[in-house]
Design a protein around this ligand. Structure first.
Ligand SMILES: Cc1cc2nc3c(=O)[nH]c(=O)nc-3n(C[C@H](O)[C@H](O)[C@H](O)COP(=O)(O)O)c2cc1C
Length: 178
């Protein structure tokens, strides 16, 4: 699969077939997440893969932003203790950026394996952390719900790129992009 095509075709998938995802494929997704860039190469992140249906359901019950019945959830966590050891006082912000980079790698890898995925931020992080037995300093930041897509992927919607893309410098209001 061509990378540019994967970037353009990938859509958030919120409706899933019941079929489980092979363990080897879930491991590939975690590996893709792990190999995302990390500020200072500190890697203050952990990945918890959940396939046990009862635990997936319990996570869903704590996640107003999760839809459908995913076959698996990968919980992307920041490690605050590691993040705060950075020289910069913004260590925690960097760790969230690191987790976001991991999430995008994971979404593209899932698309390449024809696995549907949706990143979820609307969930009760503290409750999910204690459900999974995460230590205090490990904070769930994003969930990725996973399952084979039910139905077609939707059309992507984005605002016109011309409104958002600037060449060399910020263009003035009313100026043409040509
Ligand atoms: C930081 C972040 C948080 C998100 N949280 C949720 C969420 O809680 N629930 C959800 O269904 N989608 C969530 N999404 C997915 C977006 O709604 C989705 O990416 C957007 O609508 C564009 O659609 P597309 O991914 O299909 O291109 C989130 C995306 C990002 C980047």
């Amino acid at each position: 699969l061509d990378l540019f095509e994967a970037i353009m075709e990938r859509r958030s998938v919120r409706s899933y077939q019941g079929r489980p995802i092979p363990v080897g494929d879930l491991e590939k997704l975690v590996k893709a997440a792990h190999w995302a860039p990390s500020a200072g190469n500190i890697n203050p992140r952990h990945f918890v893969t959940v396939t046990e249906p009862k635990t997936v359901e319990a996570i869903k019950a704590l996640s107003p932003g999760m839809f459908g019945g995913p076959a698996a959830v990968i919980v992307l966590c920041s490690d605050r203790a590691k993040a705060e050891k950075r020289a910069s006082s913004n260590g925690y912000i960097y760790s969230i950026m690191d987790v976001s980079m991991s999430a995008q790698n994971l979404l593209l890898a899932a698309h390449a394996l024809e696995i549907g995925a949706c990143v979820v931020r609307s969930f009760h992080a503290k409750a999910v952390g204690s459900l999974l037995g995460c230590p205090e300093h490990v904070v769930p930041e994003l969930l990725v719900a996973l399952g084979y897509p039910q139905g077609n992927l939707g059309q992507g919607i984005r605002p016109p790129l011309e409104d958002l893309s600037h060449n060399e410098r910020w263009r003035q209001e009313g100026s043409s992009h040509e």
